[in-house]
Design a binder for this molecule. Structure first.
Ligand SMILES: Cc1cc2nc3c(=O)[nH]c(=O)nc-3n(C[C@H](O)[C@H](O)[C@H](O)COP(=O)(O)OP(=O)(O)OC[C@H]3O[C@@H](n4cnc5c(N)ncnc54)[C@H](O)[C@@H]3O)c2cc1C
Length: 419
């Protein structure tokens, strides 16, 4: 039997649930149905912040914008409409105490992502939002006056507005498998090819297994699309840590990144030549010690990293410092200051934290989140071509874009004026 609904939300993640709730809060007269293909909503939300849910940041909307790179400008209105502060107030008013860490990340005071989901589910229930589980949206059509939403159980739901909040493609086991892209394409929306973001990189040209767990406080990474500084950690088969994760959206499989360990003299970073000269001096000041011991003592580099590098450079570890020559010092300095690593993100969707790419921003009105191709069709959350750094940016984008869509839908401003 056909049903007619004011708003059908496709996807019960943070963006879809928040949009459904806020639409109802702003206009209780509107009927809202959420279609969720999994057995429960918010599976990915439960994974966020390692189960603790870093739901936003202690920053102003303006400060947040730079965390989304080039897409930040598009999100300006959304972030100004629902700021991080307003987001916190909303959750606190719903009875969820929050806490701010010294790194500006905001979490529920309980550090339980489940408590954030409980608030959302509790509001849905209180507002009478109809959530249909195990129900995937398979198609969306329109005759120009209403939408027909086709579901996996063969129903056709008539809706006046539809919000696509199907998320990206990261952690597909949570239900985010990129379905929104095909749905958006039906209306002629362009899809920017999705790629893993907030991902660790596998390294193809070097076996790094012996370095697993070694971390470095500051390294410099340079690649074709940029140069970044930050902490790095070696994994069993590659590199991770903030400097890799936050910039992975700008790295491509097969690309060579240059890893430079930064060494300082009186606080100032040294050039490769200056570093080689320091190594030579240090070696001559402790002639009886082995070179690997001197390297560890002089640079503070972890012993495992020194051993790995010496072996890669084919330098015997037990050479005494007395045998250190200018060319050997230059070889070691080069090895540590210019370390080429070929990265791969193949298979990274399985574990990465966000998706770069998605529904092109060019055909979405940044003031309402409505499609410029179909009045009444909206987008929110990670399904659009906007992604942020780690640290609460992505969930804030979900809350803010959902709020913007909710305001437009609640005021029914998508309705065409009658002739
Ligand atoms: C491990 C991990 C940790 C993270 N930690 C953080 C963090 O601490 N802070 C932060 O800001 N961000 C974090 N993120 C990112 C954040 O989780 C996402 O940006 C956010 O969940 C996006 O919300 P969304 O509602 O757009 O999409 P999703 O959360 O992906 O939800 C989409 C929903 O749509 C449903 N769906 C999909 N297709 C269909 C269909 N055809 N029909 C019906 N339903 C459908 C899915 O089942 C899913 O429930 C993390 C991500 C991961 C993977």
């Amino acid at each position: 039997m056909d049903t007619s609904i004011d708003l059908v939300v496709v996807g019960g993640g943070p963006a879809g649930l928040f949009a459904a709730i806020r639409t109802k809060e702003l206009n209780p007269g509107i009927t809202v149905m959420v279609l969720e293909k999994m057995d429960r909503c918010g599976r990915k939300l439960l994974l966020t912040g390692a189960g603790q849910c870093n739901l936003t940041r202690a920053e102003t909307s303006r400060e947040m914008i730079s965390g989304y790179g080039r897409q930040g400008r598009f999100l300006g209105t959304a972030l100004a409409t629902l700021s991080p502060q307003a987001t916190c107030s909303w959750f606190e008013t719903c009875g969820l105490p929050l806490t701010t860490r010294s790194d500006k990340k905001i979490f529920p005071a309980s550090f339980r992502a489940m408590d954030v989901l409980d608030v959302l589910m509790g509001r849905c229930e209180a507002l009478g939002i109809d959530i249909q589980y195990h129900t995937a949206c398979m198609s969306i059509d329109t005759d120009g006056s209403a939408f027909s939403v086709g579901t996996s159980d063969g129903r056709s739901i008539v809706a006046h507005a539809v919000l696509i909040a199907t998320g990206g493609m990261s952690c597909p086991g949570t239900g985010s498998t990129g379905d929104g892209y095909a749905l958006a394409k039906t209306f002629g929306h362009r899809i920017i090819p999705p790629r893993p973001a907030l991902a660790s990189a596998r390294v193809l040209n070097e076996d790094l297994a012996d370095l697993e767990g070694v971390s470095l406080e500051t390294v410099e990474l340079s690649a074709s699309h940029g140069r970044w500084k930050g902490p790095l950690v070696f994994t069993r088969n590659g590199i991770s840590g903030p400097v890799v994760i936050d910039n992975s959206r700008d790295l491509a499989t097969g690309e060579t990144v240059r890893l430079r360990l930064v060494f300082r003299d009186e606080g100032k970073p040294m050039s490769r030549e200056q570093f080689a000269a320091v190594l030579l001096r240090q070696a001559h000041s402790m002639p009886a010690k082995r070179i690997d011991t001197m390297l560890h003592l002089a640079t503070g580099l972890p012993k495992r990293l020194v051993a790995h590098k010496m072996s890669m450079l084919r330098i015997s570890q037990d050479i005494p410092c007395a045998d250190m020559s200018g060319s050997l010092a230059a070889k070691i300095a080069s090895g540590l200051c210019q370390w080429p690593l070929v990265v791969s993100f193949e298979g990274a969707f399985k574990t990465c934290m966000a998706t770069a790419g998605g529904v092109s921003l060019e055909e979405i009105d940044s003031k309402t989140m409505m499609s410029t191709r179909a009045a009444g069709l909206y987008f929110a959350g990670e399904t659009i071509d906007a992604d942020g750094k780690s640290g609460g940016y992505n969930l804030q984008a979900a809350w803010s874009t959902a709020e913007l869509a909710a305001r437009s839908i609640a005021s029914r401003s998508y309705r065409r004026t009658e002739p």
